[in-house]
Ligand binder design. Structure first.
Ligand code: BES
Ligand code: MN
Ligand code: ZN
Length: 502
């Protein structure tokens, strides 16, 4: 990552030439830091505010250049809203707009004095970590597939000022965690943004292998089609059949815990392009189905974060990966396939392919006798209808696990929200010809998709994250978000029982 972030307890004598980032509240109220800087700059900030150029609205910015009589070159005023108490939503916009403003200036380094703003019920340690995550997010640029890469910013170094010296050590750990989360998110975003003709199952496999080689305590194994056949993954392979790209089954194993510690398994849907297959999708926005491997990307990204932090846990990342295309060999509606579990599946809609590859991955995960399994998938359009783009759908067969994941999402500001998985919904999956149908009719699409997966998790403590709404943004800011790497990391940090974290 190009931006280096560190923490310091700064004295105002030691500011160098950096850009100072200070907060202004609504009603022309200066933050403590702004007050201080105003003092050494002969009242410059107060003058500017009086003239009406900065009203303190959360997320507004104003760059002041060449303040007289001081060493630093710039002061960035950042609106921090009302009452010193921001919502997490406003806080995101404050940090993002501040970093975007510095990124677009000529500044090489900046010192951020926004750490003392109070965000909902969070402390300054939380703020430090989130600032790191949001800053890296704002600096992210995807230009791998552009011919010219002229968008490089000169902004390379960000120092977070920690007002209270006694918080410094904790803030250091927080920023380290934030940096690691961002590095996993950036990898997830890169993989998501790459097009289907580049980011194939083979590409995902080699990325995972490369990361595994670079990491400590991680091994990566890739199963090819033959090996999957031997294991009886008939459901996964039925989806792969319609494509000329060979399917890959990726297993990443981070051994950070004791040998006897049961692993936590993360499974990510890795459909590198979803055309729908024979039940083909409408052509509008079909390009966005290159993002159908964002579950896989988030698992590969989280494994990177886990490894960078050397979490004292055993974590296994599994990615079943293939394309879903129409072809003479492809699944046809009505086809019946046999899953690795032995259950037969009637493929009533070839576009419900995610569950067909995930079910075999879930069965495969049984061999690890996991403590918990979490699958992450862009599984249903219905989830976007239900929750929009703000929260992932959260379902599973263990209330304790669901609760932990829900809390982790809130804490990491990468939210998921529970939906019910009641037995009543299971009836929608009845098939006249096989053990189970792969679709459940028009109602409750996200729930019936999870019901399908639940048939393969009877031996597991399992939760499912439907990230169809949160994995990428559409419109002018089209691109992968890197979610839910932060949620997954937060959950895993919780599993370390305070050994890592603040
Ligand atoms: N990858 C899609 C889900 C999806 C669609 C995610 C749109 C984000 C935006 C998935 O494979 C799919 O096609 N699901 C179908 C299921 C249906 C056939 C039961 C859907 O949601 O329409
Ligand atoms: Mn589909
Ligand atoms: Zn899909």
């Amino acid at each position: 990552m190009s931006l280096k972030i560190s923490v310091k307890h700064h004295t105002t004598e030691n500011l160098g030439s950096a850009c100072l980032i200070v907060g202004i509240y609504e009603k022309s109220k200066l933050s403590d830091a702004a007050q201080l800087v105003d003092g050494i700059c002969e009242g410059l900030i107060k003058k500017v505010i009086k003239k009406g150029d900065m009203d303190g609205k959360a997320g507004s910015t104003l760059m002041l250049h060449s303040p007289a009589g001081v060493s630093f070159d710039r002061i960035l005023l950042v609106g921090c809203g009302k009452n010193k108490k921001l919502t997490t939503k406003d806080f995101r916009s404050v940090i993002s707009s501040a970093i975007t403003a510095v990124k677009g200036s000529g500044a090489k380094d900046a010192i951020c004095f926004l750490n003392d703003i109070t965000v909902d019920d969070q402390d300054t340690i939380w703020t430090a970590r989130q600032t790191a995550v949001l800053a890296h997010h704002a600096m992210y640029q995807f230009d791998q597939t552009k011919s010219s890469k002229n968008n490089t910013s000169s902004f390379k170094k960000l120092v977070l000022n920690i007002a209270n010296k006694k918080d410094l050590r904790k803030a250091q750990v927080a920023v380290k965690i934030g940096n690691a989360i961002a590095s996993g998110m950036n990898l997830a975003r890169d993989l998501g943004n790459l097009p289907g003709n580049i980011c194939t199952p083979t590409y995902l496999a080699s990325t995972a292998t490369k990361n595994g080689r670079a990491a400590t305590n991680m091994s990566v194994k890739i199963l090819n089609q033959k090996e999957m056949e031997k294991l009886g993954m008939g459901s996964l392979l039925s989806v792969a059949k319609g494509s000329r790209q060979p399917p890959k089954f990726i297993i990443m194993n981070h051994r950070g815990g004791k040998k006897t510690d049961k692993p936590i398994v993360l499974i990510g849907k890795g459909i590198t392009f979803d055309s729908g297959g024979i039940s083909i999708k409408p052509s509008a926005a079909m390009d966005e189905m290159k993002f159908d491997m964002c579950g896989a990307a988030s698992v590969i990204g989280t494994m990177k974060t886990v490894s960078e932090l050397q979490l004292p846990l055993n974590v296994i990342g599994i990615v079943p990966s293939c394309e879903n295309l129409p072809d003479g060999q492809a699944n046809k509606p009505g086809d019946i396939v046999t899953s690795m579990s032995g259950q037969t599946i009637e493929v009533l809609n070839t576009d419900a392919e995610g569950r067909l590859i995930l079910c075999d991955a879930l069965t495969y995960s049984e061999r690890f006798k996991p403590k918990a399994v979490i699958d992450v998938a862009t599984l249903t359009g219905a989830c976007v209808v239900a929750l929009g783009k703000h929260a992932a759908g959260l379902l599973g067969n263990d209330d304790g696990l669901i609760d932990k994941i829900n809390q982790a999402g809130i804490q990491a500001d990468d939210r998921a929200w529970p939906l019910p998985l009641w037995d009543e919904y299971q009836e929608q999956l009845k098939s006249n010809f096989a053990d189970i149908a792969n679709i459940g009719g028009p109602g409750a699409g996200t729930i019936t998709a999870a019901c399908f997966l639940s048939r393969f998790t009877e031996k597991l403590k399992w939760a499912h994250l439907d990230i169809a709404g949160v994995a990428w943004e559409t419109g002018t800011s089209k691109g992968a978000t890197g979610r839910p790497v932060a949620l997954l990391t937060q959950f895993l940090l919780g599993e370390t029982r305070g050994k890592i974290g603040v």
